[in-house]
Design a binder for this molecule. Structure first.
Ligand code: NFK
Length: 288
């Protein structure tokens, strides 16, 4: 049994308030800066609002490299924001250094709460991956990257039983940045107010409960679990425990504890081609 069960509501809410753990700025300023930086759309060629389903909000943006090379990896990005903030429109910032090196970047939109609930969001990201694979059959490799709530969604994609879908995507690598892999600790916090998850919903959408399925679906996938040095102890524990569980299951996984970062700039810095995680992502895709 982990420590969160023994915490007061105030302590638990503090643990799950990433902005209050930043060493750079006040909580309000760190969120303001995060939203501002995420809005920076890159100057690459784009295909915007491509539908991947019939539902409202089931759309994605594609950032296309200008040079045509026979070796074109594709990375699908799932944005963060506690399943209730941000959108695909704030996901273009990380496209620049990747597109420059001939990587296609896809930013997926999903129905954040209160419009969407957890079951819907998980179903949407799974269907978005199937749609991308059907649309882009000539890519050299499929990769996923997610931040915070988006890392949770990426981990749920890895844990999918694809027998219920038309195809079974072959995911080569996954980058999980400052994610949440067990939803139970947030049930009693403010995070769950718009989500309205019951315990049953939280359990059936927690990647930590689907390791055997992940092993069946994603055996040959390279997984990187990254966490910020200044993430809260509960956030750090979520990453450490998920990493250890993946490692014990015999998966190809590594852990990146990124120095001098907080919950927000751990992902914001992907705009920089010299940032440690940008380099690791490019290396994973054979583009370093
Ligand atoms: N209450 C949360 C808010 C939060 O996590 C957030 C808010 C706006 C945009 C993104 C957010 N989180 C992660 O991407 C916090 O304390 O940071």
């Amino acid at each position: 049994m982990s420590d969160w069960r023994k915490m007061s509501k105030d302590d638990l809410e503090h643990q799950f308030s990433p902005s209050s753990w930043s060493h750079r700025m006040s909580a309000d300023d760190v969120i303001r800066a995060h939203v501002y930086i995420n809005k920076a759309r890159s100057v690459t060629q784009t295909l915007l609002d491509v539908p991947y389903g019939d539902g409202d909000g089931e759309k994605l943006d594609v950032y296309v490299p200008s040079s045509s090379s026979p070796d074109v990896p594709l990375v699908i990005y799932f944005h963060g924001g506690y399943w209730q903030f941000l959108s695909k429109n704030e996901s273009g910032f990380l496209a620049v250094p990747l597109v420059q090196r001939g990587v296609v970047v896809v930013a997926v939109g999903y129905s954040v709460a209160p419009k969407g609930d957890m079951d819907l969001m998980v179903s949407q990201v799974r269907r978005s991956v199937v749609s991308v694979v059907q649309q882009y059959s000539h890519i050299s490799g499929l990769y996923l990257c997610g931040h915070s709530a988006g890392a949770h969604l990426a981990a749920m994609v890895l844990s999918t039983d694809w027998t219920q879908y038309d195809i079974s995507p072959q995911i080569k690598g996954v980058f999980l940045v400052s994610g949440i892999y067990d939803l139970q600790p947030i049930l009693s916090t403010y995070v769950n107010e718009p989500l309205k998850m019951t315990e049953e919903v939280a359990i059936r959408n927690s990647p930590s409960h689907f390791l055997p399925q992940l092993k069946r679906s994603s055996t040959s996938c390279d997984i990187i679990v990254a966490v910020a040095q200044n993430d809260s102890p509960e956030f750090r524990k979520q990453s450490e425990e998920y990493f250890k569980a993946l490692e014990s299951a015999g998966l190809r996984v590594s852990f990146e504890d990124v120095p001098n970062t907080d919950h927000f700039n751990i992902i914001e810095q992907l705009v920089d081609e010299n940032y440690r995680l940008t380099k690791l992502l490019l290396k994973m895709m054979g583009k370093s």
